[in-house]
Every structure is written in C-alpha cells, then in structure tokens.
Ligand binder design. Structure first.
Ligand code: NAD
Ligand code: ZN
Length: 373
C-alpha cells in the first residue's frame, strides 16, 4: 500500500453508546431519567430540549410510550432549507432567552438537518458566540450539552460523524463544526422510525452512505479502518437496493446500519469529487444534499465508472426519480458561481484527483459536467 497517501487521521472518537434495533426508541425514557436525576443531584436544571423533524409534529407524543416533563422544550425543525449558521444563532438566542441555557440533554429526532441542528446547538450552548466562529476543524473548546441523536431516515451518517454541516449565508461557506465534541454522546437507532419515509427520499438519503464509501474507496487518502467500514457499507447498500423491496423492515434495519458505518468510514477519510459538486448545487441553487449527490452521480460515468453503472441499475430497479435538467437554463455567471463553490473543497478534490486537480477541473470542464445534470 505504499502508493496510498495516509489520510492522517489516527485518533478517532466514536459515539459513546448506542441502542440498536426496532423498538429501541423505548429506551429513551430511561436514558433521560438517568440524566435528569444526575442534573438534579448537582442542583442543575433537569429540563430536556427536544429538536424534532417537523414531520413528527403531532405524532411524537404518542410514540413508543415516550414521556416528557412539563417544562421540557420542543422545537419542530423545518426541513425546507438545510441548516445555516444564522438559523443556529437564532435558535440559540431563543433557547437562552427562554431560560434553557443549561439543560440536562439535547435530543435530535429526525434526519440530517435535525440531527445537525441538535449537534450544533449542544456545542453552542456551552461555547457561546456565533456558529460561524466554529466552522472548521477543532475550534470547539468545551464539551457540549449531553447530546442524543435519533435518526428517522438512514444514509447521511450524521448520527456517527464529528461534524454538523451548516452554510454561512453571508460567505456561502458550507462547512461544519468538525470536532470530537460534535460526536453524539448517545444514539438510538430504531428502524421502525424510518417506515414512513417517502420512496424517493429514502433512496436519495440512503445513497449518501453508498456515495460516501465509493468516494472513500476510490480516493488516495486512506485509513485502514475507514476502508473496512466502507466495504461493509457498500455491501449492505447493495443488499438493500438490489432486493425487490428496499423499504422492507429487514432492509430498513440494514440501511440504518449502513448509514452508521458509512458515517464512521467518512470520519476517517475524505469524500471525493461527488460531494464538492453537490455542495456547489446546494450553495448556488439550494439543492438538498442527498438529492444533489444523486443528480451529480448522473455525470460521473468517466470518474467512477463502476459505481455510476451500479447506481444507475439501482435507480432503475427501485423505480425512483432523479431530477434532471436543473442546470439547463443557467447563465455563465451561475456556472462561474458553481465552479467557485465546488473548487473550494480542496481536500476531497485532491483525494479524488490528486494535487493537480485544478488542471483537470478547468472551468470549461466543470461547466460541461454541470450541464449534464
Ligand atoms: P433531512 O433532514 O434533509 O430530511 C429529508 C426529508 O425526510 C424531510 O422532508 C424530512 O421531513 C423527511 N423525513 C425524515 N424522517 C422521516 C420519516 N421517518 N418519515 C417521513 N419523512 C421523514 O434528511 P437527510 O437526508 O438525512 O439529511 C440531509 C442533511 O444532512 C443535510 O443538511 C446535509 O448537509 C446533512 N449531512 C450531515 C452529515 C454529517 O456528518 N453531519 C453528513 C451528510 C449530510
Ligand atoms: Zn454526504
């Protein structure tokens, strides 16, 4: 393996504890009971902040016998837009003004948007300031509030990673708080929760774990544990998406595991060409992360030929719709903006194409790729 550049990531923090299996949401009550008791023993607030995907508004209080305290705080998170640093700042201000500055725990129940919002707020409550100050690597100085992640859709691996992705609306920078303090303290992976995900969305988000691992295994920055996680993630995705029913209970459980392992994989290495192009679609056109990756895959025949073919077969077999023509009517200014937004991601692009990636990814070439989308 002498030709393989080392990813340089040698010290890795994983989620401290997790519950896994259908029905495991029921464990949340006893977990919170312990945390509330501990807080009360130290004369601290035993309130818990719940950030919940808006889809579950009106449903959560009747799920799995969950019980809540009267003074707990609930925020139903809008999923129209992905998190921005200003959303996080506004939510932080609101929590502090309502007296929730030092809760016993923060629970994020939802997809990547909701889990990332929970991770960010947990860190912000103890570190203060503005979320934009922590976009980068190891800028978070203090552990956050005890954070619990409950994924309700599988694929991003946000439940496993050390980041929470946010866009800074004033600079266009889409970058997370990469920090050991961003890792969830506890994750509950209950595949019963993903039963209601719409088909197309299930596929788009599920494909994020496949794509993370395709990029990891085709890159030059490698990590031996990351490679092993990636191989298993891809194997699980193949099983889920080549079966007749990608949303059967067994396949939903497999995809939840793939998501977690894919998150662990990407945390030890880097993505490749697909994510920078998808991030550009997100910054310039507001395209959401997972559907954006699927749109980009359609233009990746020359870069990831085997994965491109396998992806197309999975689209066909599962009869899902990938939007097309989203760049059809863009002008040259917009193509320039897409180019700039993609080229910012130097590390993944180096991982995919080597240090001379700029000589391959010229403005004309990148524009031609976007025109295929
Ligand atoms: P999401 O939060 O964008 O939600 C997608 C859709 O699924 C929403 O409409 C939501 O309401 C719906 N949904 C979720 N659970 C549902 C359920 N059980 N039933 C019915 N509908 C349900 O989901 P995502 O694709 O998981 O997350 C994308 C976000 O994750 C992006 O903001 C992206 O930047 C981020 N991300 C983070 C990481 C990380 O490591 N932190 C990694 C990759 C992506
Ligand atoms: Zn991703």
């Amino acid at each position: 393996m002498s030709s393989i550049l080392n990813s340089g990531i040698k010290l890795v923090r994983n989620v401290s504890r997790y519950n896994i299996g259908p029905g495991s949401l029921g464990e949340l009550n006893s977990l919170l009971y312990g945390l509330r008791q501990k807080a009360l023993e130290s004369s601290m607030s035993s309130d818990v902040i719940f950030l919940i995907d808006r889809y579950f508004e009106g449903k959560i209080h009747t799920m799995n016998g969950l019980s809540f305290d009267k003074t707990d705080y609930f925020e139903f998170i809008s999923v129209d837009k992905e998190p921005t640093t200003s959303n996080i700042d506004n939510l932080l201000e609101k929590l502090i003004s309502l007296g929730y500055s030092n809760p016993a725990a923060i629970v994020g129940i939802g997809g990547g948007i909701t889990m990332d919002t929970a991770k960010a707020l947990s860190n912000m409550l103890t570190n203060g300031g503005s979320a934009a100050n922590y976009q980068g690597w190891d800028l978070v100085k203090r552990p956050g509030i005890f954070k619990i992640g409950v994924p309700t859709i599988s694929g991003t691996g946000a439940e496993a990673t050390r980041t929470c992705v946010m866009t800074n609306p004033s600079t266009g920078l889409k970058l997370g708080m990469n920090s050991d303090y961003t890792v969830f303290d506890h994750v509950i992976m209950d595949s019963n929760l993903t039963a209601t995900v719409p088909r197309n969305q299930y596929f788009y988000t599920g494909m994020d774990s496949y794509i993370h691992c395709v990029e990891v295994l085709n890159g030059s920055f490698r990590n031996s544990i990351g490679d092993a996680y990636s191989r298993e993630t891809i194997e699980l995705c193949r099983q889920v998406f080549s079966d007749g029913d990608m949303q059967s209970p067994t396949n939903r459980e497999k995809l939840m595991v793939a998501s977690y392992l894919g998150g662990c994989a990407v945390a030890t290495s880097y993505v490749g060409l697909i994510h920078p192009l998808s991030a550009a679609l997100s910054v310039v056109l507001g395209t959401h992360h997972c559907v954006g990756n699927c749109i980009v895959m359609g233009a990746m025949a020359d870069y990831y030929p085997a994965a491109y073919q396998e992806f197309m077969d999975m689209v066909e077999r599962n009869k899902v719709q990938i939007p097309s023509g989203i760049c059809r009517n863009l002008d040259s200014k917009e193509f320039d903006a897409l180019y700039e937004a993609a080229m910012m991601h130097e590390k993944p692009l180096t991982n995919a194409l080597g240090v001379n990636f700029r000589s391959i990814l010229t403005l004309d070439h990148v524009t031609s790729l976007f025109k295929k989308m």
